[in-house]
Design a protein around this ligand. Structure first.
Ligand SMILES: Cc1cc2nc3c(=O)[nH]c(=O)nc-3n(C[C@H](O)[C@H](O)[C@H](O)COP(=O)(O)O)c2cc1C
Length: 236
């Protein structure tokens, strides 16, 4: 089994997204999965200009010959989309990648089992997808848009959404504060466990899912620390 993570954080290796993906992939590798972690922040990928040349003039080939050509998802069984939450949505980097990935589809339109329009599948078996996101606010409600979005993306890609990992209070995982070590290490173990479960059963167990969604620290304490830090930058 091969899992490819597409990391949409502009902060690359310094990001919370990076830490989360790495731990998850470690767990998957423990059970012999092959893994790849692609940092979009290291690549130059032009945004889609909607010319549809990849569907008409040069089928399967984009007008932009850029780093998108370095990404090959054809041998991946699972694609893990990983992103920081930006204005309640995925990052621009990740959206840009997903738009450019459209040439992997077929331009004709058919109907799915529910009668809803969709592009036919190019390959019989499409990679399954996962979403992993973290955000700066406390509370799981901030991921409501992503929860709906990735259900729709799975339908659009005609595949299954097999896992969702959402971490609120995300910056805590990369704050240089030794007092947080125990909390961070406990959460890393859960991410590794989720990676193992995905390899074993193509899903995250209810127990692990519940634990992954627990608060890292109480919301009021998080706000207190956050506001205390940013107070120094406020203009009067
Ligand atoms: C442009 C921008 C928009 C953001 N929008 C939100 C938001 O809508 N909700 C939220 O909780 N956090 C928001 N954040 C905070 C990030 O999600 C948070 O800092 C996250 O931990 C960054 O993850 P990373 O280190 O993996 O890049 C935003 C940050 C930026 C830079």
């Amino acid at each position: 089994m091969k899992i490819t993570a597409i990391n949409g954080s502009p902060k690359g290796k310094k990001s919370t997204t990076y830490l989360m993906v790495e731990e998850f992939l470690k767990g998957a590798r423990d059970l012999k999965a092959e893994t790849e972690h692609i940092l979009l922040s290291n690549l130059k990928i032009h945004h889609c200009i909607g010319c549809f040349s990849c569907w008409t003039k040069t089928p399967g080939v984009c007008v932009f010959h850029d780093d998108m050509q370095k990404i090959n998802l054809s041998d991946s069984d699972i694609i893990l989309f990983a992103t920081p939450l930006y204005v309640d949505n995925i990052s621009g980097l990740l959206k840009n990648f997903m738009d450019r990935n459209i040439y992997s589809g077929v331009p004709t339109i058919t109907k799915d089992a529910k009668g809803e329009a969709v592009h036919p599948k190019k390959q019989k078996v499409r990679p399954k997808i996962m979403i992993m996101a973290n955000c700066g606010f406390p509370g799981q409600s901030h991921f409501e848009v992503l929860k709906l979005l990735f259900r729709r993306v799975a339908r659009n890609y005609q595949t299954d959404l097999i896992g969702e990992i959402y971490r609120d209070e995300g910056p805590l995982l990369t704050w240089p504060d030794a007092e947080l070590n125990e909390i961070v290490e406990k959460y890393k173990l859960l991410l590794r466990q989720a990676g193992k479960e995905i390899v074993q059963k193509l899903k995250i167990s209810g127990t692990t899912q519940k634990a992954l969604e627990e608060e890292l620290i109480p919301q009021d304490l998080y706000l207190q620390h956050h506001n205390e830090f940013f107070k120094q930058f406020l203009t009067k």
